[in-house]
Design a protein around this ligand. Structure first.
Ligand code: ATP
Length: 401
């Protein structure tokens, strides 16, 4: 049966619709496949990235540990003196990738564990300036808490306190007050205490810095710390700068300079130039303490530097009684406590020992849950803390030990 024209064109239309539907289905499928393809590609990239990370993590875990050290000195031939974190010093080389100007004394570095060559420069974990000093806005120590040093207190008041509180007196008379006062004497005799009391009396900021720490703990930072110390003292003025163990940075200079000596010298030179750079009549006063005045460099003792010396003696019998009394002022004592009698038993003890004796006597009473401290507690404490062997341990060596 022959197909009419109309039928044929309807057939064609149907056919076209069918093909169009098929076509759009195929397009849809192609789109879907395209999306899946892109998804798979991104997954592939993601897994490749993870693989790389895991590989580098594995590498990191497999690499030997690096040793941490501190640069002590950089020698002219490019070799570096380092102190390893375990203590000993070594002369080592460094990796060519290190930025050599950054390699200077005091910088923390990581070292190859076999050759100890410097591999990397580590960021500084702390600011040595902040750690190196004790800053008290106005210490709470008063002169009445210092036993047996009346004459020394009078001298310190004249030389340190008066220029701060009444500078006009010096101006009127036409004399320059001393810039620096040197307290010398055995350890534990109240030198720090005296400096704190002056700061309290003059409402000055008290900044304490320890010479031995500057050159042993903060290697390479000594000169910078001294510079920053004076800057801070100016900002916080009036200020009492207290330099403890001055002999560690101010010992006589020798010709045969090792790198350690050079470090000490840099710190000392900085201190001298800072002292020369400030005004005698200003409101910064320097007190230094040492128990080895005999080894100090004469440059430090010239006029305009540490030109006043005050000897802080070991306490005599009366002073010892007074110091025992001062430290037990806030304690409950029984009537039998006689400080003169106790003082006679503490020959050779310094202020610090006497304070320890009072504390120990107090602890004995606490241990026995008593309400007050009796003379027997003090006697036991003296026996315990002042036996010849403990005395040896208590007192460090030095000229006055
Ligand atoms: P060092 O040279 O070891 O730094 P120092 O002379 O500075 O010692 P201080 O730190 O002042 O000694 O004293 C140590 C402790 O001993 C202080 O806490 C203080 O309480 C006590 N002390 C020392 N001397 C006296 C004193 N004369 N009167 C009262 N207490 C004292």
């Amino acid at each position: 049966m022959a197909m009419g024209n109309d039928d044929f064109s309807r057939y064609l239309m149907d056919r076209i619709r069918l093909l169009e539907e098929r076509n759009s289905l195929l397009l849809e499928q192609a789109n879907k496949i395209e999306i899946e393809k892109r998804f798979s590609e991104s997954q592939k990239l993601k897994f490749e990235r993870e693989l790389r990370q895991l590989k580098s993590e594995l590498e990191r875990l497999k690499t030997p540990p690096l040793v941490v050290g501190t640069v002590v000195d950089v020698l002219n031939n490019g070799r570096i003196v380092i102190r390893s974190s375990t203590g000993p010093q070594f002369v080592v080389g460094s990796s060519q990738f290190i930025n050599s100007p950054e390699l200077m004394a005091g910088v923390r570095v990581s070292l190859n564990y076999q050759s100890l060559a410097v591999v990397d420069i580590l960021p500084s974990s702390r600011d040595p300036f902040v750690n190196a000093m004790e800053v008290i806005d106005s210490p709470e120590i008063t002169y009445s808490e210092i036993g047996g040093l009346d004459e020394q207190i009078r001298e310190v008041r004249e030389t340190v306190e008066l220029p701060l509180t009444k500078p006009e007196i010096f101006q009127r008379i036409g004399i320059e007050p001393p810039k620096g006062v040197l307290l010398f004497g055995a350890p534990g005799t109240g030198k720090t205490l005296l400096a704190k009391a002056v700061a309290n009396e003059t409402k000055a900021t008290f900044i304490r810095i320890v010479g031995s720490e500057l050159v042993q703990k903060y290697i390479g930072e000594g000169a910078r710390i001294v510079r920053d110390l004076f800057k801070m003292a100016k900002e916080k003025a009036p200020t009492i700068i207290f330099i403890d163990e001055l002999d560690s940075i101010g010992a006589k200079r020798l010709d045969t300079a090792t790198s350690g000596d050079r470090e000490v010298q840099r710190t000392l030179m900085q201190l001298l130039s800072e002292m020369d750079g400030f005004n005698n009549r200003g409101n910064i006063r320097i007190i230094a303490a040492t128990n080895r005045p005999d080894i100090l460099d004469s440059a430090l003792l010239r006029p305009g530097r540490f030109d006043r010396f005050i000897m802080i003696p070991m306490p005599n019998k009366d002073a010892r009684a007074l110091i025992l009394k001062i430290h037990s002022r806030k304690m409950k004592l029984s009537d039998d406590v006689d400080f003169d009698k106790l003082s006679a038993l503490t020959d050779g003890a310094n202020g610090s020992d006497l304070k320890a004796i009072v504390m120990e006597a107090g602890m004995l009473a606490v241990r026995e849950e008593r309400y007050n401290i009796c003379i027997d507690d003090f006697q036991k404490a003296i026996k315990k803390l002042l036996t010849p062997t403990t005395k040896q341990n208590l007192h460090s060596e030095g000229m006055f030990a």
